[in-house]
Design a protein around this ligand. Structure first.
Ligand SMILES: Nc1ncnc2c1ncn2[C@@H]1O[C@H](COP(=O)(O)OP(=O)(O)O)[C@@H](O)[C@H]1O
Ligand SMILES: [Mg+2]
Length: 153
């Protein structure tokens, strides 16, 4: 998958959602069996907005909500399976291990993880497949800078 080294700059929530839609469509075309996407950035960076766009780009029509309280939400559309995970409230290794994330990460389908840096160590394990890391930052003009990187297994 081609990745952007230079940040993609968005100046509105709609543009962030649109960037997500484009990424989701690329994932559907280039990684039809699924992918793990870590969404990294501070509170308010646009991770959920981007995740909603990615879901749309993957063909999920059902509205995607913020999974902050449920931690893991599951969506299906035809053959597409998506898990949207929000680790905001996860504070310890033990809480993380109780989520059953390993099964999701080892299985097929797409997994979008907000606060993805909290599982970066796991994904660095030799068994873990390559994943994408999307870093979102607040830009000086009030918009967002978004970088997509491919992280090798
Ligand atoms: N490019 C942008 N410019 C301005 N506001 C944006 C942009 N992208 C997203 N937002 C806004 O940022 C806010 C936080 O987005 P959200 O996805 O909830 O963040 P996070 O999940 O990272 O905490 C929302 O109000 C959203 O509309
Ligand atoms: Mg969020």
């Amino acid at each position: 998958m081609s990745v952007s080294r230079r940040p993609l700059h968005t100046t509105s929530p709609e543009q962030t959602a649109d960037a997500g839609r484009q990424l989701g469509a690329r994932l559907a075309a280039e990684r039809p069996h699924g992918a793990v996407v870590l969404l990294v950035g501070p509170l308010g960076a646009g991770k959920t907005v981007l995740a909603k766009g990615i879901a749309r780009g993957l063909g999920i029509e059902e509205p995607v909500s913020s999974p902050t309280y449920t931690i893991i939400s599951e969506y299906r559309s035809g053959a597409v399976l998506l898990h949207h995970v929000d680790l905001y409230r996860i504070e310890s290794r033990e809480q993380l291990e109780n989520l059953g994330l390993e099964d999701l990460l080892a299985g097929t389908g797409y997994v979008l993880v907000e606060w993805g840096e909290k599982i970066q160590d796991w994904l660095a394990a030799p068994r873990a497949a390559g994943h994408l890391r999307v870093t979102l930052a607040l830009a000086a003009d009030g918009g967002r800078d978004i970088v997509v990187e491919e992280v090798a297994a």
